[in-house]
Design a protein around this ligand. Structure first.
Ligand code: NAD
Length: 390
């Protein structure tokens, strides 16, 4: 079987997710496109890099990502570092002829995001593949929703409502990691999780044309955390610790008008007690409706207008082998997939694209488009007016 050598940059939460995705690809997909070989892992924290090497089975570890870029033996690079570093690392990797799977959001500012999209376009001419990790549109139930839309089963889309609600930052003692600082993250809940549902909304209903928003920061300062990984609210620092200001949003909600004429609303917050990874999509069309909730990841609900009056309502489709592409995973609907398998679907798409030389979706250009919607949302929160996506 063909082998591709992997360099992983950033060995925190997402670093682990990419390792799970790559290592499971040949186990869950038959025929497997490739066997990934874990060559080098990089983290600026030496202990994290060394631990990742041992735990994940990399041959080498380093604290300098240029060791990966300069290694001619490495074919693919996963960029799993905070948002401010994505552009520098991804562009260096693309210029060195590596295929790049970069985490979302594509960057922490629109200039870098554009530079990444341009670099990816140039690299594509030389057969180099790049992909941004908006994995939620690869959920089989969301792919099925797209199929219903494309087939016209729910008619013309009138309205799409999407939400991404979490609770992990609702505690004010949750520290000021990179995720709460504009210079690293670019934006708060909007950039971190709002971007996922913007991507899904545009995947299902086409490009967003204009937005009007409310953006709020509820917790104005947090206990200082010097560097290191963001621990997603799992660690608290007591009330006497030194505090510093938060300069990103806790919550963003906005109305959107699509170029197609459809309307919609999008909400993102990390301060909603009781909500964990609550991604919902509700689509209303002229001939039916579609409902998805990530916390019921294997299910899609659909309702069709031409069902008889006395039995019209949502029915639940349990996704399974009929909805998986390739030969992914388990044979019986209801055996279900989870987050690890979703990241494996993403890895499979990326590795297959590299082997076949065909650019997959969630391109850097599409990710730049998501970033431009975020910029319009932030602009509207200051201007208090509708803003065009530039
Ligand atoms: N696709 C998703 O659903 C999803 C989920 C979570 C995070 N993310 C994205 O993944 C990226 C990483 O997030 P995370 O949650 O894994 O963060 P994290 O804080 O858990 O890990 C980041 C790691 O990168 C290391 N690092 C920082 N700068 C570096 C550099 N210059 N070179 C090498 N290593 C460096 C840190 O030491 C840390 O170990 C972010 O862009 C985030 O938005 C995506």
């Amino acid at each position: 079987m063909k082998e591709l050598k992997v360099g992983l940059i950033g060995a925190g939460f997402m670093g682990k997710a990419h390792v799970v995705g790559y290592s499971n690809t040949p186990k869950l997909f038959a025929p497997a496109p490739v066997r990934p070989i874990f060559k080098t892992v990089c983290d600026i924290d030496e202990a994290v890099a060394e631990e990742a090497k041992e735990r994940f089975g990399f041959e080498k570890s380093t604290t300098d990502y240029m060791d990966i870029i300069n290694d001619p033996d490495i074919d693919i690079v996963s960029v799993c570092t905070p948002n401010d570093t994505h552009a520098e690392i991804s562009i260096a990797a693309l210029n060195a002829g590596k295929h790049v799977l970069c985490e979302k959001p594509i960057s922490n500012n629109p200039e870098d995001a554009k530079a990444m999209a341009d670099a990816a376009e140039e690299a594509k001419k030389k057969g180099i593949i790049s992909m941004c990790a908006y994995q939620y549109r690869r959920v089989p139930a969301v792919v099925l929703a797209k199929k219903f839309v494309e087939e016209g089963s729910i008619g013309e889309i009138l309205n799409i409502r999407t939400q991404y609600l979490q609770s992990w930052s609702a505690d004010p003692n949750s520290p000021l990691s990179w995720r709460f600082q504009k210079k690293y993250a670019g934006a708060g809940a909007l950039g971190d999780i709002g971007t996922h549902v913007i991507d899904i909304a545009q995947y299902l209903a086409g490009d967003i044309d204009e937005v009007v928003s409310n953006v709020r920061t509820y917790i104005k300062e947090r206990p200082v955390q010097e560097g290191g990984a963001d621990l997603l609210g799992t660690v608290k620092i007591d009330g006497d610790a030194e505090k510093a200001p938060v300069d990103v949003d806790d919550e963003a909600s906005f109305l959107v008008n699509f170029k197609s004429g459809a309307v919609g609303s999008i909400e993102a917050t990390r301060n909603a007690w009781g909500r964990n990874n609550y991604i919902t999509i509700e689509l209303h069309g002229t001939k039916g409706s579609i409902l998805f909730n990530y916390e019921r990841l294997n299910e899609l609900q659909v309702c069709f207008s031409d069902d008889p009056d006395d039995r019209r309502g949502f029915k639940t489709i349990y996704t399974g082998p009929a909805h998986y592409y390739g030969d992914v995973t388990w044979n019986i609907p209801g055996m279900n997939i989870g987050y690890g398998e979703l990241k494996t679907i993403e890895s499979y798409d990326f590795l297959k694209a590299v082997v076949e030389g065909v650019q997959p979706s969630t391109t850097f250009a599409e990710a730049y488009k998501v970033d431009r919607v975020c910029q319009a949302v932030l602009k509207s929160s200051s201007s208090r007016a509708w803003e065009k996506v530039q």
